[in-house]
Design a protein around this ligand. Structure first.
Ligand code: BDR
Ligand code: CA
Length: 312
């Protein structure tokens, strides 16, 4: 099994990524750490606990982390995700977050088993950057860092130039890419838009499973689906769950290349832009960027997890 932590701004596909970590027998999910991003912080925590409940999973500790970016004010994606749960109001079943701060937990968990722990970072990179600042050994202690963020064709989703996770905390993203981690990046465009969108036929198939997990999926993805259709994306988007999936199942990756990745912090129109530079610019690679995946295999993988019967 793969020991991992998921660092998340839990809404919509973050919930699906948590299901990957909770339900896949290949995963040894040691912790969930929360970071400011998609929707209000407390709502994100509720979304994470509701996901734990619906997965019927054995208790995984949830740690509360950074409530705002390193330097800038928080920017939400509530216009895309609503409350991130489709208005679900499930019993939290007595679950409480841990007292330890998420950044301390990340530093501690990495130091407890140096070279073993992987981190799947699917929100703004504030907690990861804070852990780097706190512990100079942190990056070296982490086996691999899987990041959902940026684009490698220059196209953003929150501005013309920037993807949301990097836009919200560009200073954190820049810090992380300069910190010496073994990084794998799942970008928004073109990878997510070409390979990790579930169109109506797939959404119908998932709904037809009729399990508590499939109902939960349909519900948490509803607001995003509505938004996506308005902007011309024909389905629900799954970059976060793809990021967790490729860590656990590297055979899903069809093409990945070394890049030097850096993040714009000063641009007027390009805040959070991810400069992904390949060989020709003479910069040392600091990340592996995934360029193609087995899209059908990824969908089948998610569908098979949602088909499982769990006790909600
Ligand atoms: C990313 O931003 C969030 O809205 C999603 O959860 C995903 O992590 C996509 O840009
Ligand atoms: Ca996310």
């Amino acid at each position: 099994t793969v020991p991992l932590v998921i660092d998340t701004d839990t809404a919509q596909d973050d919930c699906v990524a948590l299901l990957v970590g909770l339900l896949d027998p290949a995963a040894d999910l040691r912790a969930i750490t929360m970071v400011a991003g998609n929707v209000g912080f407390d709502q994100q925590v509720r979304n994470a606990f509701m996901t734990l409940n619906v997965a019927g999973a054995s208790p995984v500790p949830v740690y509360l982390g950074s409530r705002r970016p390193l330097v800038r004010a928080w920017v939400s994606a509530e216009n895309v995700h609503g409350d991130g749960s489709g208005g679900l109001d499930m019993d939290q079943a007595g679950r409480e977050p841990e007292a330890e701060h998420a950044v301390d937990a990340l530093v501690r968990l990495a130091a407890e088993s140096p070279g073993e722990l992987s981190i799947v970072a699917i929100g703004p990179l504030t907690n990861i950057a804070a852990a780097v600042i706190k512990d100079p050994d942190f990056a070296g202690n982490v086996k691999s860092l899987y990041i959902m963020g940026g684009s490698n064709n220059g196209r953003g989703n929150i501005t013309a130039a920037a993807e949301f996770n990097f836009y919200v905390d560009p200073e954190a993203a820049k810090t992380v890419f300069g910190a010496g981690f073994e990084i794998t990046v799942v970008p928004w465009d073109p990878l997510t838009l070409r390979r990790a969108v579930f169109g109506q036929e797939r959404l119908d198939e998932i709904a037809a499973l009729g399990t508590p997990l499939s109902r939960f999926f349909t519900r948490v993805c509803a607001a995003t689906l509505e938004f996506d259709r308005k902007v011309g994306i024909d389905g629900t988007t799954h970059p976060d769950s793809l990021t967790a999936a490729v860590l656990l199942h590297p055979e899903l990756v069809r093409e990945a290349s070394p890049y030097h990745v850096d993040v714009e912090t000063a641009g007027e129109l390009t805040r959070g832009y991810s400069a992904m530079s390949w060989g020709v610019h003479g910069l040392e690679p600091n990340a592996r960027v995934i360029e193609d995946v087995d899209a059908d295999g990824f969908y089948e993988y998610i569908r098979s997890l949602l088909a499982r019967e769990t006790a909600p």
